[in-house]
Design a protein around this ligand. Structure first.
Ligand SMILES: Cc1cc2nc3c(=O)[nH]c(=O)nc-3n(C[C@H](O)[C@H](O)[C@H](O)COP(=O)(O)OP(=O)(O)OC[C@H]3O[C@@H](n4cnc5c(N)ncnc54)[C@H](O)[C@@H]3O)c2cc1C
Length: 393
C-alpha cells in the first residue's frame, strides 16, 4: 500500500505555512505553490493541519481494509513449532488471547499450529484456551521459511478475517509478523508488554515501552484489521492447569507453495543455557560494586541451583555476557523467585521481570524504584547480604 501527501494546486495559495510546519524540510515553495518531496516526507500530517485552505491531504493507494472492521471477529495466535515442539510463548499468547476473548464476548480464539508433528499438540492448545486449532504437519512448514508461512497466513486472514493476530517475538516471529502486516496493509505493534481489549469495539490496546523505554505507550489500530502485535517470550504466563476443555481441530485445507527460497544447510550456534526458563534467578546491578562481588553472586547461585542475571550496565562493562541481561533489550524472565542485588529498577529493566512470581530486592537506597516492583524489601549492602547467605548455606 502506498501513501503520500497530495497538494491540490487549485486550492494552494503558496502561503508557506506548510513549509514552516514541516520538521523534515520536505516542503518547498516553487512558482507560488507548495511542492512535497515525497522521499523526505514521513507522513506525519502536520502540514495538513497547518494548511489554512485545505489544499493538502493524505492519499493511500492499494490494499486497504479500512471500511470493513465490523466484518472481522476472533483473536488468532500464531504458535511457532521448532523441531516438533511448540515454542512456550505460543501457550502464553493463547492464554492471553483466551482472556481477551472472554472480555470481548462472542470472540473465538484460533491457534495456527504449523510445523513438524504440530498435530500432536492440538489438545494442549485447547487446554491453554483455544476454541479452534488449525494445524498442518506439511513438510513445507518444517523449515521456518517466511514465504510459505506468510502466504498461508495472508490467505487465511483474507478468507476468515480475524480481528487480532498475535505472534511471539522470537527471531522467526519478528521476521514473519511484519511481512504479513505489510502484505495485509495493517499495522504491527512490536514487543508489547501489556495487551487489553475494548469489549465495545474490539480495539486491541497494545502497550509497549516508547521513547527509549522512558514511557509506556498504548497503541491502537482503529481502522485496519487484523490488529497485529508481537510479544516477547515470558511476558505473559502460560496456564499451569487446563483453562478450557472444549475446542475443535481442523487440518489446514490447503498446502502452500514452497516459495522461492530453499534452506540448504542450517548452522546451529550453541547458545548456552538460557535464563529464560530458570525457576530461581539471582540478579545483579551496578550496586554489586565489583567483579569480585559478582563472582560471589555466581557462587551463591550455583549453591542454590539458580541462574544468574544482570542489568544492562554490567553487560556494557563486559562483566557478564549479553545472554544474562534482563530487561527490555535483554531477556524477559518469569522465575518463581527473583532476587535483585543492587538494581535500581529502571523501567527498561522492569520490562523484563513482570512475569516473576516473587521478587526480593536488596538495595542501599530505601527509595529505589525496584522496591515498588518487589514483594520483599531489604535495605542493605548487596555484597554483605550475598556473603551472609553464602555463610548460612
Ligand atoms: C533503550 C534502552 C534499553 C535499555 N534496556 C535495558 C535492559 O534491557 N536491561 C537493563 O537492565 N537496563 C536497560 N537499559 C538501561 C536502564 O535504563 C538503566 O540504566 C539500567 O537498568 C540501570 O542498571 P542498574 O540498576 O544496575 O544501575 P543503576 O541505575 O546505577 O542502579 C544501581 C543501584 O544500586 C544501588 N546500590 C548502590 N550501591 C549499592 C550497594 N552497595 N548495595 C546495594 N545496592 C546498591 C543504588 O541505590 C541503585 O539503585 C536500557 C536503556 C535504554 C535507554
Amino acid at each position: 500500500m502506498a501513501a503520500y501527501i497530495c497538494n491540490d494546486l487549485n486550492k494552494c495559495v503558496g502561503c508557506g505555512l506548510c513549509m514552516g510546519s514541516c520538521a523534515n524540510n520536505a516542503i518547498r515553495i516553487e512558482d507560488g505553490k507548495a511542492v512535497i518531496d515525497q522521499n523526505a516526507c514521513v507522513l506525519c500530517k502536520v502540514c495538513i493541519e497547518a494548511c489554512p485552505v485545505g489544499a493538502l491531504s493524505l492519499v493511500t493507494e492499494g490494499a486497504s481494509n479500512e471500511a470493513d472492521t465490523a466484518a472481522y471477529r476472533g483473536v488468532w495466535v500464531f504458535a511457532e513449532v521448532t523441531d516438533g515442539i511448540p515454542e512456550p510463548v505460543g501457550y502464553e499468547l493463547t492464554a492471553k488471547a483466551h482472556e481477551l476473548a472472554e472480555k470481548r464476548g462472542d470472540c473465538p480464539v484460533t491457534v495456527l499450529l504449523f510445523g513438524k508433528d504440530a498435530e500432536t499438540h492440538r489438545t494442549s492448545f485447547i487446554e491453554a484456551g483455544a476454541d479452534h486449532v488449525l494445524c498442518s504437519d506439511a513438510p513445507v512448514f518444517h523449515d521456518k521459511l517466511d514465504l510459505p508461512y506468510a502466504d498461508t497466513l495472508c490467505r487465511l486472514i483474507e478468507e476468515r478475517r480475524p480481528e487480532a493476530l498475535l505472534f511471539g517475538a522470537t527471531p522467526f516471529g519478528r521476521s514473519l509478523a511484519p511481512r504479513v502486516a505489510a502484505r495485509m496493509g495493517c499495522g504491527l505493534t512490536a514487543d508489547c508488554t501489556v495487551l487489553d481489549i475494548d469489549p465495545e469495539n474490539g480495539l486491541l490496546l497494545q502497550t509497549r515501552p516508547a521513547f527509549g523505554g522512558n514511557l509506556m505507550a498504548t497503541i491502537t489500530c482503529p481502522t485496519r484489521r487484523p490488529q497485529m502485535a508481537t510479544v516477547r517470550p515470558g511476558i505473559f504466563q502460560a496456564p499451569t492447569a487446563p483453562v478450557h476443555t472444549e475446542g475443535s481441530c481442523e487440518a489446514l485445507p490447503f498446502v502452500p507453495e514452497k516459495g522461492a527460497v530453499e534452506l540448504l544447510e542450517q548452522l546451529v550456534v550453541e547458545a548456552g543455557e538460557s535464563i529464560r526458563d530458570a525457576r530461581i534467578i539471582l540478579s545483579a546491578g551496578r550496586g554489586i560494586g565489583s567483579q569480585k562481588n559478582l563472582k560471589l553472586l555466581k557462587a551463591l547461585a550455583e549453591k542454590l541451583g539458580a541462574a544468574y542475571g544482570v542489568s544492562r550496565p554490567l553487560v556494557d562493562l563486559g562483566w557478564a555476557d549479553y545472554s544474562h541481561q534482563i530487561g527490555q533489550t535483554g531477556v524477559s524472565v518469569a522465575p518463581d523467585l527473583l532476587i535483585c542485588f543492587g538494581i535500581s529498577g529502571a523501567i527498561q529493566h522492569l520490562a523484563g521481570i513482570g512475569g516473576a512470581k516473587t521478587i526480593v530486592a536488596v538495595n542501599t537506597d530505601p527509595e529505589a524504584p525496584i522496591f515498588s516492583a518487589a514483594h520483599y524489601k531489604i535495605v542493605d549492602d548487596a555484597a554483605s547480604v550475598i556473603k551472609s547467605m553464602l555463610d548460612t548455606l
